[in-house]
Write a protein that binds this ligand. Sequence first.
Ligand SMILES: Cc1cc2nc3c(=O)[nH]c(=O)nc-3n(C[C@H](O)[C@H](O)[C@H](O)COP(=O)(O)OP(=O)(O)OC[C@H]3O[C@@H](n4cnc5c(N)ncnc54)[C@H](O)[C@@H]3O)c2cc1C
Length: 398
Amino acid sequence: MPTTTRDDLAAFRAEVAEWCRTHIPADWRRAQTGVGDEEFVRFQKAWLHELRRAGFAVPHWPEEWGGGMSVARQIVLYQELARHDAPRLVLSFVSLHHAASTLLAAGTDEQRRRHLPAILDGEIWCQGFSEPEAGSDLAALKTTARREGDAFVVNGQKLWASGALHADWCLLLARTDPAAPKRRGISYFLMDMRSPGVEVRPIRQATGEAHFCEVFLDDVAVPAANLVGPENEGWRVAQETLGAERGMTMLELAERLGNGGFRWLVEQCARPGPDGTRPLDDPLVTDRLAALETELTGLRALCTDFVADDAPGPADASVVKLCYSELLQRLTDFATEATGLTAHTELRKPLSSGWESGAWVLDFIGSWEWTIPGGTSEIQRSIIGERGLGLPREPTGG
Ligand SMILES: Cc1cc2nc3c(=O)[nH]c(=O)nc-3n(C[C@H](O)[C@H](O)[C@H](O)COP(=O)(O)OP(=O)(O)OC[C@H]3O[C@@H](n4cnc5c(N)ncnc54)[C@H](O)[C@@H]3O)c2cc1C
């Protein structure tokens, strides 16, 4: 990674801030509130295109694929995008992080050439790992892939696949050797979501959104060329995807939480309510805000260290994910409490905003999502105990 001097960073910050002032669509929050799926997808792709033209879409990818930004610059970029309340690339989240990291670490040259530029053009990915009774115990998955000539024929059901409704491609785990111990007989595939036999059914959530879906697979033919890594070694490849989900993604999210959500919360607490008093006049409120800011500073330092480390420890990604998701929950919980009635009447959230949109009740409900995917908080604590601290392992049966 290139090094960056303090002056470089100040100039880069000014450049990004100017770009934000001239390129963030005015009033996008109002325009994205209550819109349908089609408009949401159109807006997301247009915003990806703008970021790409500026060189800001994939700062974390290697230089040859359009990234190569130093960690220090990435932090400045994410800080300025948050401060200027830029829309979020929520629809490309899995594509830009999970899919790209997996392809870069374990894909073939052909797979990288086929998909990385397409992702920058707006190709949308989902992750087909979880199944009924195979979430935390992911290695218990039952979807099968049977070799037939140059293809694998896939049958089974996936559950909770985020964004599957709009996805072009899926990161798919399926069992290729039913006789092998459960972690050894799994393979990792790239599956075209438009293949015959793929059926997607959205699941409506408490917030009204249908963010994730069930995916039914009935004799779906996946070309053998779409296998990632060797046959039956998909478990190892899946660790790359989970590592990206638990760690890399958090650098932007932590800066957004600090420079977006938390900043708005402080501003809201400084405004007088109908009786003329301000939440900030209450020492209990200032105490909680101070505690949250301290935690945020810690989280941001953890994320920076994780991303800058060429050889992170075996539990580092889990530490980052655990800290982010539980802090998001505490912050949105407190925001709902501190902003009182306002929080409870703001029940519409703009699409294309992130996990701290300022519609605090919806954000609080949504924050519970974060302690579950990519491994629940309990699972992250087990990983930290076993792989990080060397405590005795839980029996796995596989
Ligand atoms: C918002 C959201 C988005 C998601 N997106 C995707 C996606 O895109 N693709 C995808 O494949 N999946 C996705 N998931 C699924 C997610 O990865 C699983 O829900 C998760 O792994 C938990 O599995 P489970 O739901 O089967 O819960 P279970 O495994 O049944 O767990 C239930 C409870 O038991 C606890 N528990 C289970 N085993 C242990 C243990 N060994 N030790 C201690 N506690 C334990 C868990 O922590 C949890 O509290 C998503 C989930 C959510 C909520």
